[in-house]
Write a protein that binds this ligand. Structure first.
Ligand code: ATP
Ligand code: MG
Length: 295
């Protein structure tokens, strides 16, 4: 089987190495990005991590579970009028997520847009429904990133039920540590009560300023409470991230040589390590040759 035919059958060409890899039968790894506190950098993390992973040739689906629609806005897309939104599956049994997926300007990043009129605490009666609906489309992607709203407990639980890991963007101050501690309680309740597959929580410090003694103290405290390996190096303060939202693009789309882009690359490395080897592994060219001769 030649490369062209392999691509037609759902194999993917790796743009830098020119190799083809088989990802047809692999289920996407699903991560929720959450923190009950508002304005800590959840949507920023979703948009920029999605772009970073896609630049490495992973197929990424962003699920915008926040009716504010910020993740969609950061990727330059909102729901088309009357098209399916991710929130429809939480309201209606017959809605299919596949109908709601839209492409973004970033190759490799698709979006399930949010419904601006959705009230999560009224409409989410079955916390497993999102997980079941996502099951239909996870086969088309390598990674699914779910952006969640602050303070909508039922939507948060629905997202966690669908996920195997959670990233918790957090500012480095006292109040924030309190918020993370509360969030961890919800996380453990979901793990022990409902979804044992939800294995990993990684705290992502946001707006990091290494010169600040207060921040260093907060970082130490997070490490003491939750374990150092549960706290990433985080994302340094970078005004470009706000500018990127205003331009409705991930930062790496127009300023690749910035510190936040470098930090999101490090975060992507850590996330891929957490999710396990098989997601990182690229077949060497001789493995591709082996596929060609055996079919
Ligand atoms: N590392 C950073 N450096 C500078 N600004 C940042 C950084 N991270 C996030 N911001 C800015 O902080 C603001 C809030 O970020 P964002 O919207 O991602 O937070 P959120 O947690 O999703 O908020 P909400 O709870 O309302 O959904 C945005 O203006 C964003 O550009
Ligand atoms: Mg947000």
């Amino acid at each position: 089987m030649g490369n062209r035919e392999m691509l037609a059958r759902g194999y993917r060409l790796h743009s830098e190495t020119g190799t083809v890899r088989d990802r047809r039968h692999r289920r996407a790894r699903v991560l929720t990005i959450a923190n009950n506190k508002g304005g800590v950098g959840k949507s920023t993390t979703v948009v920029n991590l999605a772009a970073e992973l896609a630049s490495r040739d992973y197929r990424v689906l962003v699920v915008d579970l926040d009716s504010q629609g910020h993740a969609g806005r950061g990727l330059g897309r909102v729901a088309r009028t009357r098209s399916v939104t991710v929130h429809d599956v939480l309201r209606r049994l017959d809605a299919s997520l596949e109908d709601g997926v839209v492409e973004t300007l970033d190759p490799g990043v698709d979006l399930l847009p949010a419904d601006g009129n959705f009230d999560g605490d009224v409409h989410v009666s079955d916390p497993c429904r999102l997980a079941r609906a996502l099951d239909e489309i996870v086969w088309h992607y390598d990674v699914v990133l779910i952006d969640t709203p602050p303070s909508v407990p039922r939507l948060l639980v629905a997202a966690l039920m669908a996920s195997e890991a959670v990233l918790i963007p957090a500012l480095l101050d006292d109040l924030s540590i309190d918020g993370v501690t509360r969030f961890m309680r919800t996380f453990h309740e979901v793990v022990t009560g409902h979804n044992a597959a939800l294995g990993t929580a990684l705290i992502v410090p946001m707006r990091v300023d290494t010169r600040s003694a207060l921040q260093r103290a907060a970082l130490d405290e997070l490490g003491r409470r939750f374990g150092r390996d549960r706290v990433s190096a985080g994302i340094r303060i970078d005004i470009g991230l706000s500018e990127a939202f205003a331009r409705r693009r991930p930062l790496r789309a127009f300023r690749r040589a910035s510190r936040a882009v470098a930090d999101f690359a490090d975060l992507a490395d850590q996330v891929l390590r957490l999710l396990g080897e098989e997601l990182i592994r690229m077949p060497a060219p001789d493995e591709v040759a082996a596929v060609e001769t055996t079919d």
